[in-house]
Design a protein. Structure first.
Length: 191
């Protein structure tokens, strides 16, 4: 026998992931997530909070601070959440492949920069010949957030330069084929 409530809960969780995917790496409050849901999966606000709790327990979503001092919590996707959305059966495979290639190409551009950090504009300029990739600032920043969370790259925030990026040893290893395979980053041709 089919349990409609269970199916609706599963669809709600997938919808929450997709909503957070659209704004990744930014965070949203439960109220905005609730308002963005379609009527077929909305339910009541408590069901959305349960969906968020479930996704947090699955490490696909994390609490990312509060909207204001003492305000409601904000939630954002983790790389596991990004990978989960990109693995959904209805995901656009052409778009997913392009995103994974963009992440690889950004990692390669950071590797070309060596130890010297690079701004987003220089990363995009280094990849200007990749006309099939979205090199807009938001797309590059999303890819950098993904690479940072995987500890393949980092921003210069600790050194007072939050808009400069560099490759980390994990990124160098990945490009050399010595790192673990990462679902959300295309494999270099040397693999």
């Amino acid at each position: 026998m089919i349990d409609i409530d269970t199916l609706r809960s599963k669809a709600r969780r997938a919808a929450v992931l997709f909503i957070l995917y659209q704004v990744y790496p930014r965070a949203l409050g439960a109220g905005l997530i609730y308002e963005a849901l379609t009527p077929d999966v909305t339910g009541d606000p408590d069901e959305v909070r349960r969906a968020l709790a479930y996704l947090c327990d699955r490490h696909q979503v994390i609490a990312a601070g509060r909207a204001s001092d003492g305000g409601p919590p904000l939630y954002r996707l983790t790389v596991a959440g990004v990978d989960a959305v990109e693995a959904l059966p209805d995901a656009d495979l052409t778009r997913v492949r392009a995103l994974r290639l963009l992440r690889l190409r950004i990692l390669q551009a950071l590797d070309w920069g060596g130890a010297r950090p690079m701004p987003v504009s220089l990363i995009a300029a280094a990849l200007a010949d990749d006309t099939d990739l979205d090199l807009s600032e938001p797309a590059v920043r999303r890819a950098l957030a993904y690479l940072t969370e995987h500890e393949l790259a980092e921003d210069g925030h600790a050194e007072g330069h939050p808009d400069l990026w560099r490759i980390l040893p994990g990124g160098t290893d990945y490009l050399a084929g010595e790192g673990d395979g990462i679902e959300g980053v295309a494999r270099p041709t040397v693999w």
